[in-house]
Design a protein. Structure first.
Ligand code: ZN
Ligand code: ZN
Ligand code: FE
Length: 759
């Protein structure tokens, strides 16, 4: 049988540049004895391949199956080409001026090969804390501009030595074109300082830093996307000191442990969680605590979970392998400011917190906080999507004009679109201070530059007072589109699943500005991309003191109790009412009567707060959603029954809180446990919304339900609602690629703006 020689032209789109893709193709071609060439193009990589048909087919199949870890293939297209009788296979030089792809890889953890070299006394990079290769290391955070080449990164200050250069130039080497390639002779270095900026232990800064951590000191450690503040997680005094200095009273701290075995000593790790923990993105994963455990109670008080990650830089490995149960590794910032990335900035801002600084001289151009994931309702769900994932785009169902969407206020991220891709930024933070606002501006400018786009449209929230709104208003000569908060939430989830409207959207969160000026947050929308109708919502109740009620859930308790019982609520003798001074109660009650500084709200987040306060869980919070979270944590595993529920059907369905509140109070007075009340409250909401969706399905002939908004971080509600809706044969969609909280809202804003502008 004669063997037939064929030739093909393959085009690969996706993240395929700067990730070792061309050397991978080169090696694959050699392996199959094929000839031709591979080169970069504006949309990815183009391959001419020729040889025996069977070998070409295997080669093609292997491209997807064996692609390098940092690559992300969106599409491969192939067509037959003419056989040109190449002498061998080669990597074509990138042509100067040729447009190159703007898809940049995120920063990922040190790979297995590099880790083995790091710990091998015979390797030339033994214990070198910046070891990396084409398959691992920093990317997004060290890039200043495109194309992604060393002179456009913070590695430009380090000239490679001869040994590093020869690796960089060799297509058969793991470090071929690895832009951050370096060694102890030519690359960046770590050094240790006390807080007066005196350099100490110049011979062994990492060894000394480890020793200081063991003595209970707080260290600021420069990492991949910014500084961490670190203490020994088993040392209660040290953790408490960190809480006091960081002005962070109760919010859980993340911890880092050397390996899975160490984590299993204090937390339960299921198979799906193990996969998340060990993935190259190395997010923080929420894991159920095991009791008793060696970790200090101060790390995550009143919480069933630890927030845990594995080391992701060589430096982390060198510190952690010195035998810590775990280290607290929390963002290097004061309270809610952006994390420090610059050495001087760190000394300025963190010297009131940290005793020592372990810094290095590889600059971070763009900060990127750790990502946070929780495995729930059958999938890993982002609480924060940042390092390791940004800037991988969300692929949209249509091409769109270039849009900059500014996000909301809390947990802000922004989004820019290019063709059929939406690039959601890293976590920017709560836009409540100037530093975060500056970071928003910087991120917008940076994304525009590295993605090479000039947005035609700017999309932003309807809230008049958000700093993201101010930012949008200040932009000149650009089409501005204002978008309702909950509409953006629902469309964000629709975009992930490439859905067309109309759908039934359940948008549940703490706060969002409504079209009537009220504070929405328990919304049932009939939503399409370009418009929505408010089909139902929680009935309005007053929110005494406005945003002050977010910090003080007892105010919401008063509001709901008054709504359910009238002025006689004070006679109920509930602990929450006894706890508050009588004068204060009277003032709040008066405010409600007179309607002074009491905006109306339909927020489900506030209902959670109110019920938590009525149950005596807490009347004040240290961070938004704390009371609601603790109510969830306390819930018993099963609920047998529901509280009564009802809604009014006018133009819209209005769900009445009073029957639920009456039920909760009666159970309290009957001495039922808070665990049972919480479970019953959750189950009530699930049944209520399933019933209401069933009514709407009949009215409107809609069967798809889309879930979005920060309240869906509540695992009981999310899991319960998905299961119950699916049991009634609804198609249910929830977030998996972006956070359900306001960290994902910019994606929805962008897609709404595109749809509105098309119309
Ligand atoms: Zn590596
Ligand atoms: Zn070198
Ligand atoms: Fe929201």
């Amino acid at each position: 049988m004669t063997k037939i020689c064929v030739a093909k032209r393959l085009k690969v789109n996706g993240i395929v540049q700067g990730v070792g893709f061309r050397p991978f193709i080169f090696q694959l071609a050699e392996q199959y004895g094929l000839k031709g060439e591979v080169g970069n193009t504006s949309s990815g990589v183009s391959i001419h391949i020729e040889g025996l048909a069977e070998q070409v087919a295997s080669f093609e199949a292997d491209i997807c199956a064996k692609s390098p870890p940092l690559s992300y293939i969106v599409e491969i297209s192939g067509q037959s080409d003419t056989v040109r009788n190449y002498a061998g296979f080669s990597i074509a030089k990138s042509k100067g001026g040729a447009k190159i792809s703007t898809l940049i890889s995120p920063d990922v953890s040190v790979c297995g090969d590099c880790l083995a070299e790091l710990l091998d006394p015979d390797d030339r990079r033994y214990h070198y804390p910046f070891i990396n290769c084409t398959n691992c290391g920093p990317r997004y955070t060290i890039i200043d501009d495109i194309p992604y080449d060393r002179p456009k990164t913070s590695m430009r200050h380090f000239k490679m030595c001869a040994a590093c250069q020869s690796e960089y130039d060799d297509p058969n080497n793991r470090r071929f074109h690895a832009q951050p390639n370096a060694c102890a002779d030519c690359g960046p270095h770590v050094s240790l300082y006390d807080k007066r900026q005196n350099r100490i232990a110049p011979k062994d800064p990492i060894g000394k830093a480890t020793e200081l951590l063991k003595q209970g000191y707080i260290l600021a450690i420069k990492g991949l996307g910014g500084f961490h503040l670190a203490v020994d997680a088993a040392d209660t005094d040290a953790v408490r000191r960190l809480r006091n200095r960081k002005l962070r009273e109760e919010k859980p701290f993340a911890v880092m442990a050397y390996d899975l075995e160490s984590i299993r000593r204090y937390a339960l790790v299921e198979a799906a969680e193990e996969k998340l923990l060990t993935s190259i993105q190395r997010p923080i994963v929420l894991l159920r605590k095991k009791n008793p455990n060696r970790i200090s109670k101060e790390v995550a008080p009143n919480n069933k979970y630890f927030a845990v990650m594995l080391p992701y830089t060589p430096l982390h490995y060198l510190i952690l392998k010195q035998g810590f149960a775990a280290l607290v590794m929390t963002s290097g910032n004061l309270s809610e400011e952006p994390i420090a990335i610059d050495n001087d900035d760190a000394f300025n801002r963190l010297s009131s917190i940290a005793d020592y600084f372990l810094i290095h001289n590889r600059d971070i151009y763009l900060r990127s906080d750790d990502s946070i994931v929780r495995n729930t309702a059958g999938a890993g769900r982002f609480l924060r999507r940042s390092r390791g994932f940004v800037p991988i785009p969300i692929f949209l169902k249509n091409e769109m004009p270039s849009i900059l969407a500014c996000g909301a206020e809390l947990k802000n991220t922004i989004c820019v679109t290019k063709q059929d891709k939406a690039f959601l930024s890293q976590h920017i933070g709560d836009l409540e201070n100037l530093a975060t606002y500056e970071f928003l501006k910087l991120t917008a400018a940076h994304l525009k530059r590295i993605l090479d786009i000039d947005p035609e449209i700017i999309a932003f929230d309807m809230h008049p007072d958000y700093l993201s709104t101010r930012f949008a208003q200040e932009q000149q000569a650009i089409h501005k589109i204002q978008i309702q908060h909950h509409h953006a939430h629902i469309v964000s989830c629709m975009a992930e699943h490439k859905l067309e409207g109309p759908v039934i959207g359940l948008a549940f969160d703490g706060t969002g500005y409504g079209t009537d000026g009220a504070i929405w947050g328990g919304e049932i929308l009939i939503a399409a991309e370009d418009n929505f109708e408010r089909c139902g919502h929680l009935a309005y109740v007053p929110m005494p003191g406005g945003t002050a009620a977010i910090q003080a859930p007892w105010r919401m308790a008063v509001s709901y109790l008054r709504n359910a019982y009238g002025k006689g609520f004070q006679e109920l003798g509930l602990p929450v009412l006894k706890e508050i001074e009588i004068d204060k109660l009277t003032i709040i009650s008066e405010m409600i009567t007179k309607g002074v500084n009491t905006p109306l709200t339909s927020s489900l987040g506030r209902l959670f707060d109110g019920v938590a306060a009525i149950c005596g869980i807490r009347s004040q919070v240290n961070f938004e959603g704390q009371a609601a979270m603790e109510l969830e944590m306390l819930a018993a595993d099963t609920a047998g029954s529901t509280y009564d529920y009802e809604w009014l059907s006018d133009d819209t369905y209005q769900i009445l809180p009073a029957p639920i509140i009456l039920g909760v109070v009666k159970d309290l007075q009957d001495g039922k446990s808070v665990a049972d009340i919480s479970a019953k409250f959750h189950w009530t909401l699930i049944c209520l919304f399933v019933d209401l969706c069933t009514v709407i399905r009949k009215d409107r002939d809609l069967n798809r339900v889309v879930l979005s908004g920060g309240v869906f971080q509540n695992s009981i509600l999310l899991t319960g609602l998905i299961n119950a809706l699916e049991k009634r044969k609804f198609s249910v969609f929830s977030h998996q690629q972006v956070p359900t909280n306001d960290g994902g809202i910019a994606l929805g804003q962008a897609v709404v703006a595109a749809a509105v502008s098309r119309r």
